[in-house]
Design a protein. Structure first.
Length: 496
């Protein structure tokens, strides 16, 4: 059986070498890169407008980010470029100090990201609850859809049938053939209609002037002193955290879609490296872009670093060499593609009545607050951060009330059996579960079905013992497991 017709595993499809040897897979990767590049150009230009910089700054950044990430990144097929999430962060810096300080901040943000990668920050990703992840995905899906609305307001009426036609092509063309990505067909068909029918609608060219040269090495023109550091550091720190968070969450999403693993630590330092190089080539900061990643991975079938690299290469070549042609692509075509992307990205199962009925209300709240804040603030870090904090508080509250205390009095002895996990939240309630004045002279506290997790619990146990001693009564604590006993021996009697 030939290589082209052999059924390949997800990991084999992710192999660059195998893809280069398999024409069918190589064609898929190149076409995926082409479709992504066409979707990137207008969005990157829009982000540069938000940041207050020349469109070339965004185009150059997307080229360097894509190529560097394709080589160094830990998540094959994920698209990284100049992103809106970080453009919002640096916009005030550009307004107050100019573009040269932006380039310096980009370099510093990259250095911070590399440092965080070395410190193992990517490992913290496992502490993000599932409902926060779903909220992140749904929030970004809504944001992708909402970002298309300006292209549908105060426009010629022909835009609307073009968008409907584009959505229909993207949705139904794969039922005819998957040899060519449906988004590419939609872009070509709608562009041909507008050109040959001489339909006047907004185009990519209306978004801004495309570059006519390649990026060159550029050292940020700022003084190398502590004053500069004070100016750029707050923005660089914000960019580093927001960029890493969006990149790592997007990587996890691609892991789930492709059923293949990725190295989050490698992706962390790769994002930093890409931003350092981008800053020295006069580009704006960047990170993973979930919308374009879904175009490449979910809609166009990209699976390797080839599609990532060529997304940047094609974008630069199209902008520099075929700028006049690209400028004629109607925005309606790209809006149609992104509407389908937003619909396929959204986790519809998570909001089905049958799912919500089964889901604990606290977890539904966590998902909802993550979605609402991500959409309302346009800041992923705020949405995910508050979502994680909410999940932690609700979890601690739920676990704290799962501790049960049983009291049994036999003659001159009372036995308290404690069942549940004891930590700062539950141990505060534990103190109130004892009948200090009414109990007989000998008290036994059985912790065989419990575990002592923190110093707050040890302090609470010391307070219980002290309270009984004030009444002239003796306390015996028994049943501690090995880990709890070690903590009690180390901290007992030393905290109050």
């Amino acid at each position: 059986m030939s290589t082209a017709t052999t059924e390949l595993t997800p990991l084999q499809r992710q192999s660059v070498l195998r893809t280069l040897k398999t024409p069918r897979l190589l064609k898929t990767e190149l076409l995926a890169g082409l479709v992504v590049s066409l979707a990137l150009i207008p969005e990157v230009i829009a982000f540069t407008v938000i940041a207050g910089v020349d469109p070339r700054v965004g185009i150059f950044a997307s080229f360097t980010m894509s190529v560097v990430i394709a080589i160094t990144g830990g998540r094959p097929a994920m698209i990284s470029a100049a992103a809106g999430a970080v453009a919002l962060v640096v916009a005030p810096l550009v307004r107050t100090h100019g573009v040269e300080y932006l380039f310096a901040a980009v370099v510093l943000a990259g250095i911070i990201q590399v440092t965080l990668a070395v410190l193992g920050v990517a490992k913290l990703l496992r502490f993000i609850p599932r409902q926060v992840m779903i909220g992140f995905v749904n929030g970004l899906a809504i944001s992708i859809f909402w970002a298309q609305m300006p292209e549908l307001r105060n426009v010629p009426w022909m835009v609307y049938p073009l968008v409907v036609l584009g959505v229909a092509i993207v949705c139904y063309f794969p039922k005819i053939t998957k040899a060519v990505p449906a988004p590419l067909i939609a872009i070509v068909v709608l562009t041909a209609i507008t050109i040959f029918a001489k339909v006047s609608v907004p185009t990519v060219g209306d978004k801004g002037e495309l570059p006519d040269s390649l990026p060159l090495l550029h050292l940020p023109g700022v003084p190398l002193n502590t004053e500069t550091l004070k100016i750029i550091a707050p923005y660089a720190i914000a960019v580093a955290f927001v960029g890493l968070l969006e990149s790592l969450l997007t990587a996890k999403l691609v892991d789930d879609i492709t059923d293949t693993p990725s190295s989050k630590t490698r992706e962390s330092w790769a994002q930093g490296t890409a931003n350092i190089i981008t800053g020295f080539f006069g580009g704006i900061c960047g990170c993973a872009m979930i919308g374009q990643t879904m175009v490449g991975v979910k809609v166009s079938g990209g699976r390797t670093r080839i599609s990532t690299a060529f997304a940047g290469i094609f974008m630069l070549l199209l902008a520099v060499l075929l700028g006049d042609v690209v400028a004629q692509i109607p925005m309606a075509a790209l809006v149609a593609v992104m509407i389908v992307v937003s619909a396929t990205t959204f986790d519809w199962h998570s909001i089905k009545p049958s799912t919500l009925k089964l889901m604990p209300k606290s977890e539904t709240f966590v998902m909802t607050i993550t979605v609402v804040l991500t959409v309302a603030t346009h800041n992923l870090a705020i949405g995910v951060g508050v979502g994680i904090l909410s999940a932690m508080v609700l979890f601690a509250n739920r676990v704290a009330h799962m501790v049960a205390v049983t009291r049994t009095v036999t003659g001159e002895q009372v036995l308290y059996e404690v069942n549940g996990e004891l930590f700062f939240a539950s141990s505060n309630d534990l103190y109130t579960q004892f009948h200090y004045a009414e109990d007989p002279a000998q008290i036994v506290i059985d912790l065989s079905s419990s575990h002592l997790w923190d110093a707050s619990t040890i302090a609470a146990m010391d307070s219980i013992r002290t309270k009984y001693q004030n009444y002239g009564k003796t306390v015996e604590i028994r049943g501690l497991n090995e880990a709890s006993q070690k903590m009690a021996d180390r901290l007992g009697g030393k905290l109050n």
